[in-house]
Ligand binder design. Structure first.
Ligand SMILES: C[S@@+](CC[C@H](N)C(=O)[O-])C[C@H]1O[C@@H](n2cnc3c(N)ncnc32)[C@H](O)[C@@H]1O
Length: 310
């Protein structure tokens, strides 16, 4: 199987996000520059994306609150994610933001950034100078770089170009990415990060509890689209998700399924979004939530008290 179907999962994720934003699940003033189509998805899917975006955002805010303006963010398999611009709108200042994805995906992203003034203006505001190649772009603190994450030596080189500092607190994010990468390669990546960065937090959102009938259906759907789920072994349960960090040099790890994450979110917000669309099948939503999780890993005790409940 080639990498194209895996890259196409970004189109699907971006379209789902755009659709949910359009319906009012959360605010994102930038996703529409990356996705023109609005396909209406089932309410369960929209709620799933709401929980994912809000659950991950909570950890991002907490990390930035702790690390301050020294913080760096590296978003693995970022696709058309708009976090950089959303943080800018919130007035958040960090020292370096790097997005990594296959060169085919980053070249599209760079093109869209170049073509859409509101995206480019937000980057110029900070730095004044932006440099583009066909697959990469660099500015003072925003970098969008094409790399296959299985290739650590190219990755190192790209992070060097982005002037990432190994001694600054760094937030690593991956949302539905590691499952597409061979387990040995993910292990190598996590080992390299833990042995190279002095302090940091990893937020990983992806599947879990895949060893049941619902999990089989989810895997069948992805495989039917040609996606090789090369990293699925670590998605067996919350233990295997945590074990991936603990076995690769991270000093601590916690994981929660999305049922727990959803119930930890602000009740007023949950109440609001539950009124947006009528949900026919509550059971289906619960099953969906049971099969996704947020797992965090940390490299220093600064982040050991991070939890969904605090
Ligand atoms: C499901 S999409 C998620 C995109 C984004 N993280 C989000 O949540 O909207 C998975 C992304 O991972 C990227 N990806 C998967 N394997 C990769 C690899 N080996 N190297 C670089 N990017 C990869 C894909 O190209 C795709 O953009």
């Amino acid at each position: 199987m080639g990498d194209e179907p895996v890259m196409a999962t970004n189109d699907d994720a971006s379209e789902c996000k755009r659709g949910a934003v359009q319906l009012g699940y959360w605010t994102d003033n930038y996703i529409s520059y990356f996705v023109r189509n609005i396909d209406r998805r089932a309410p369960e899917i929209n709620r799933g994306y709401f929980a994912r975006v809000k659950g991950v955002d909570n950890f991002i805010q907490r990390f930035i609150g702790k690390a301050g303006s020294n913080a760096q963010i590296i978003n693995f398999g970022a696709g058309f994610d708009t976090l950089y611009w959303r943080l800018k709108d919130e007035g958040v200042v960090i020292s370096c933001y790097v997005e990594l994805d296959f060169p085919t995906v980053t070249s599209k992203k760079c093109y869209m950034i170049k073509r859409n003034k509101p995206l480019l203006d937000r980057i110029y505001e900070q730095d004044g100078e932006v440099r583009f190649s066909s697959t990469d772009m660099h500015s003072g603190n925003y970098h969008c770089l094409g790399v296959d994450l299985r290739n650590i030596s190219v990755l190192k080189d790209k992070l060097h170009q982005a002037e990432i500092k190994y001694d600054k607190p760094t937030l690593f994010i991956s949302e539905c990415v590691l499952v597409y990468i061979e387990s040995e390669c993910v292990n190598r990546l996590l080992q390299w990060l833990s042995s190279t960065f002095s302090t940091g937090l990893f937020i990983n959102y992806e599947m879990c509890n895949m060893n049941d009938t619902f999990g089989d259906i989810m895997m069948g759907n992805l495989r039917a689209r040609g996606c090789n789920l090369a990293g699925i072994a670590h998605c067996k349960n919350l233990e295997t998700q945590r074990g991936r960090f603990l076995n690769n040099g991270w000093i601590g790890s916690k994981a929660w399924d999305m049922v727990e994450v959803y119930h930890s979110l602000d009740p007023t917000e949950r109440n609001r979004i539950e009124k947006l669309e009528f949900l026919d099948e509550q059971e289906l939503l619960v099953q969906l939530f049971q099969h996704y999780c947020i797992c965090i890993g940390w490299l220093s005790n600064d982040f050991a008290d991070f939890d969904i409940h605090t």
